[in-house]
Design a protein around this ligand. Structure first.
Ligand code: NI
Length: 130
């Protein structure tokens, strides 16, 4: 690696609190592997979907519930938070094939009335020995 890259890596390693450079690099590699696995439709993954919506919008909660029932086997937990008088935040924990997680997330995020939604895909843990 070029000296300037090594210097920047060491600065980041310190700023993030890693014990050493190789631990920082290992986490970067795992992060890239998780991203790669997320693009392999059949790969088993875990993930979360976060949704924010106004529960006063007509039928939004019924619509989101209908979609969740279509993918009941993938959804292992949900949490609903009343953010304020209007806004709700819903967090769904998912486990299944990467392509299926993307499919349910796309449907929920595209539902009329959802203000913002985001899928985060992570490892089931079985891919890494750490
Ligand atoms: Ni609510």
């Amino acid at each position: 690696m070029a000296h300037d890259l090594v210097d920047q890596l060491d600065a980041m390693t310190k700023a993030k609190g890693y014990a050493n450079r190789s631990q920082a690099i290992a986490d970067m590699v795992r992060d890239q592997l998780v991203e790669h696995h997320g693009h392999l439709g059949a790969h088993p993954m875990a993930g979360t979907v976060t949704l924010v919506y106004d529960h006063h919008k007509r039928n939004i909660q019924g619509l989101l519930t209908d979609i969740q029932h279509d993918y009941g086997a993938l959804i292992i937990a949900t949490m609903h938070v009343h953010l304020d008088h209007h806004n709700c935040m819903e967090v769904l924990a998912l486990r299944g094939r990467a392509g299926a997680l993307k499919e349910v997330a796309d449907r929920l995020i595209a539902a009329k009335g959802v203000k913002h939604g985001k899928l985060t895909v992570t490892t089931t843990g079985k891919d890494f020995a750490k």
